[in-house]
Design a protein around this ligand. Structure first.
Ligand code: NCD
Length: 341
């Protein structure tokens, strides 16, 4: 299935296992309220709470690793990945296991989807086995949102098409906040294939809720003006020097060839115009952070020198992914302690 091609008509004709629970903000008692589908609909206090819990789990991983097992002991998490993933899938799996949960990982090729079963039937089948949460990545924007209306199980969106990647934005915010006092007033440049990037979209939603000055930069064919409409005050530019100037954080994005219907920028010229080199960093703040969600393509989005420089926090992002996902899993399973009312 390609991006945007979710056949919601066909999906809607399927019989749901149980009537959908109504998603009431602030009430985490219903399964769908414990789903994490995107950053857009989250209120700032909810994000702050998740970031605090993530920091708590990071400390526990260092100080009390054995104690961690108690948090999701007896819980079952299903990881359902319909798109390629190295870090996100491994990260969810390790996070769940470290918290004591049982995990089951399913890839589309090995599932009954390859035998013609519909997505809703596959999800209903899995839900009938009563896992505590389903982590899902899908090429269709909106797939987890649609399914969460039908399933009695919380769904965590691990990336849906070009739409959202909420745990990436949480781990990115966590990585920045470990190095900067606050997000408020920071200048963050997000550079690359903005149009096809769920990472950009989730980050724009999160950062704009915290008063960040956001600059989006890329070739005209990869910039999305809809984001500018969604988030007033955002700057769009095709000029790398302008984007990087005075930046506190530079987030580089991979060119998402898998989501481009036809090539939209000459491959060999990309680095020359939109790749991050050491010279660019001279224009940014001296303590600039260079981020990338991975997988990185050295010599395409950024030079090896930049990727391995002291400004790069790319591996810290990977490390924080574990803690951010622990916080999200705990929320989905409703095991948070002390519980919230
Ligand atoms: C990102 C994704 O899948 O959206 N990667 C990730 O989750 N770490 C970005 C990308 O694939 O370029």
């Amino acid at each position: 299935m390609t991006d945007g091609s979710l056949d919601s008509g066909a999906l809607a004709r399927q019989t749901p296992v149980e009537a959908p629970a109504i998603n009431t903000a602030g009430n985490l008692s219903s399964p769908s309220a414990r789903s994490l589908l995107g950053i857009e609909k989250l209120e700032r206090p909810e994000i702050e709470h998740l970031l605090r819990r993530a920091a708590h789990y990071k400390r526990l991983q260092i100080d009390r690793r054995d104690h961690l097992r108690e948090f999701l002991s007896g819980k079952t998490i299903v990881n359902l990945f319909f798109e390629a993933s190295t870090r996100t899938r491994t990260s969810f799996e390790i996070a769940a296991k470290r918290l004591g949960a049982h995990t089951v990982s399913i890839e589309a090729q090995g599932s009954s989807l390859s035998k013609g079963e519909s997505l809703v039937d596959t999800l209903n089948t899995l839900a009938a086995m009563q896992p505590d949460a389903i982590v899902m990545r899908h090429a269709a924007s909106g797939a987890p949102h649609f399914l969460s209306r039908f399933l009695p199980t919380p769904i965590i969106n691990a990336g849906d098409g070009r739409h959202e990647h909420p745990t990436q934005a949480l781990l990115d915010a966590m990585t920045i906040l470990e190095r900067k006092e606050s997000l408020e007033g920071l200048r963050v440049a997000i550079i690359g294939d903005i149009m096809h990037s769920r990472v950009a979209r989730s980050n724009v939603h999160l950062l704009s809720k915290f008063g960040v000055d956001i600059v989006l930069c890329g070739p005209a064919t990869m910039l999305s003006s809809s984001l500018k409409e969604m988030v007033p005050g955002i700057t769009l530019t095709n000029d790398m020097n302008e984007a990087v100037a005075d930046a506190d954080v530079v987030m580089m994005l991979r060119v998402q060839l898998e989501r481009q219907k036809a090539p939209i920028f000459p491959k060999n010229e990309y680095f020359q115009f939109f790749g991050l080199s050491i010279d660019h960093l001279q224009l940014a703040k001296p303590d600039v952070l260079v981020m990338h969600p991975g997988p990185i393509n050295r010599g395409r989005e950024l030079s090896s020198e930049v990727a391995d420089s002291k400004s790069s926090v790319i591996l810290n992002q990977v490390q924080n992914g574990l803690s951010a996902r622990m916080a999200v899993l705990e929320r989905a399973c409703g095991t948070e302690w002390p519980p919230r009312t």
